[in-house]
Design a protein around this ligand. Structure first.
Ligand code: ATP
Ligand code: MG
Length: 205
């Protein structure tokens, strides 16, 4: 099997994540997709106005449902920092003979050489890089080449058009109409129902 793994804070999950996962599924012919919400992210503190870990997990489940993906709580269950290499070591035990693809956007891809045990990561999984802006592609291709030459990493830059949006932009809430178009409908309904990010069912649209 060819399995795509999409890690993220998912605070909240948005159409950029969905576009990245869907593109990976189509371009790499994935048999299975798994969203993996982080517990305590190694590279950043949780932002102000964040959803709780349980809420991020629930939102990831709602987003995943919209593209027939699974969700793993492997990182949320782990005590302490959730490093990707630990997750891959664990998943390798379960998926011994399968091809694992880590799916990530430009920001994460270009920082790979700073990740904990990154060379081991390259031995455990292939990497799919998704542009977050359309003019990212040249940078992604150049870096992908570099990783292959230096470490023998197996990487692939996806062809998809970028869908530029971030959770950081969505968290301040803003106009409901403004954020709604960047969210899977079930995630949007959940945010309204739980009054997350300052959005409530009583607000005017
Ligand atoms: P934040 O602004 O809180 O950092 P984010 O939008 O970057 O949120 P994350 O949960 O941090 O979302 O990202 C999870 C993964 O999804 C990362 O690999 C990130 O690069 C990727 N990603 C996020 N948004 C997009 C997007 N619009 N297009 C492609 N990949 C994306
Ligand atoms: Mg991010």
């Amino acid at each position: 099997m060819r399995i795509g793994l999409m890690g993220g804070t998912f605070n909240p999950p948005h159409m950029g994540h969905i576009n990245a996962a869907r593109s990976a599924k189509n371009e790499l012919l994935l048999d299975k997709l798994i969203f993996i919400p982080t517990g305590k992210p190694p590279h950043k503190e949780m932002a102000e106005r964040s959803a709780t870990t349980a809420q991020r997990l629930e939102m990831a489940q709602l987003a995943a449902k919209s593209i027939d993906a699974d969700v793993s709580d492997i990182e949320i269950r782990r005590e302490g920092k959730s490093f990707t290499v630990y997750t891959l070591r664990e998943l390798r035990k379960e998926y011994r003979d399968d091809e694992l693809w880590l799916i990530m956007g430009t920001d994460m891809f270009l920082s790979l050489e700073t990740w904990f045990c990154f060379e081991e990561i390259f031995s455990l999984a292939c990497i799919a890089a998704v542009p977050r802006e359309n003019d990212d592609k040249e940078k992604l291709l150049a870096y992908s080449e570099q990783l292959e030459q230096k470490y023998g990493a197996k990487t692939r830059v996806l062809e998809t058009e970028a869908l530029t949006v971030s959770s950081t932009e969505l968290r301040p809430g803003g106009g409901r109409k403004e954020i709604q178009k960047f969210l899977p409908p079930d995630v949007y309904d959940y945010i309204v129902r739980k009054n997350l990010y300052g959005i409530s069912g009583c607000d005017k649209i």
